[in-house]
Write a protein that binds this ligand. Sequence first.
Ligand code: DP6
Length: 325
Amino acid sequence: MSRGFCRARANIALAKYWGKCDAALNLPAVPSVSLTLDALVTETEVQIDPSLEEDQVWLNGVPQEGAGRAKVSALLASVRGRPEARRGFARVTTQNHFPSASGLASSASGFAALTGAAARAYEVPLSLEAMSSIARRGSASAARSVFEGWCALPAGTPGDDWLPARPLYGVDHWEVCMVLALVTHAPKAIASRDGMRETARTSPYWGAWLGCAPGYVKAVTEGVAARDLEATGAAMEASTAAMHASAWAAVPAVRYIKGVTLELLDAVQSLRAAGVGAWATMDAGPHVKVLCLAHDSARVSTALAAVPGVVEVRVARPGRGLEFA
Ligand code: DP6
C-alpha cells in the first residue's frame, strides 16, 4: 500500500476571486491576490488500497458521500490518470484544524493538501506549479494555498486547463497579521460555487464586478509590494464590498453577511479612528478577517472579541505552502 501525506493552509483573498469564465474547468473570471495563513491548517493522507472498489473519503472522522466525495474522487482521478501513476482507489483521510465550509477557505487548504498527498501516494512527480493548477480544478482558491505567503491567481482563458497561481512574496516579506473574528461554527448557507453562478446569472452588477476586479488586484499588488498597509487595506475593502454587492444584487439575493458582520465592520472603523491600522474583509460567510500590522494584533483581537456574537478570535500570520512531512 502506497501512502502520501500533505499539510496545507488556507488563504484569504485580499483582492477577491468571484465568478468563473469556464465552469467545467473551474477557471476564474477575474484575477485575485491572497495571503496564505499559518493558523488554518488542513492535513490529508491518501492511502492506495487495492481492495477498494471506489475512493473513500473521511473528513474530520466523518465519511463523505455525494458531491463532496465526487469532487475528491475527480481530483484523485486526474492524478492517477497520468501514465506514470500507480493504480488503485484510495482512502482519503482529512483533518481540518478549523471550522469546515463556513467561509474560512477550508476548500482552499483541503484541495491543496489533497493534491500534494495524491501526488505522493500515486508517485507522480509534479512541480508545485502543476500541483497548483490541479488543485485549482478542485477549488480555484486552492491554487493559491500551494505556495507560502502572498500569491496571485490570474483570470483563466476558457478551454485552457493550465492555470497555476504565482507566488509573489514569502512569509517574511511583511510583518502583518490577519485577525479572524468567527461569528459561528456552522457551515455556510450558500456554497461559494452556487453563489458565484447565481451572481453571474442574475446580478445586474455582474458586468460591473468583472470590470472593476482587475483594478483591485493591481492596487493590492502595489500595496503589498510597497508594504503600504493603508493602500493594501483600502483596496482589499473595496474589492470585498464590490464582490458582496454584486452577489447581494443577485435574484434571489446571495447574502453572506449577518448583523454581527456589520457590527464587526463598525469596530474596525472605530479602530482606525483611534489610530490603529486595521482593514476588514469577508468571504462567502459571515466572518470578518482583519489585516493589521503584527504589533497591533493584540489590540485588534481585543476589540473584535468585545463585539457581541463573536464566538472565537484567532490571530493568523503569513503561512507556509505545502509540507509533506
Ligand atoms: C469569496 O475557491 O471556494 O473566498 O472555485 O468554486 O471552489 P470554487 O470557489 P472557492 O471560492 C472562493 C471565493 C472567495 C474569494 C477568494 O478566495 O478569492
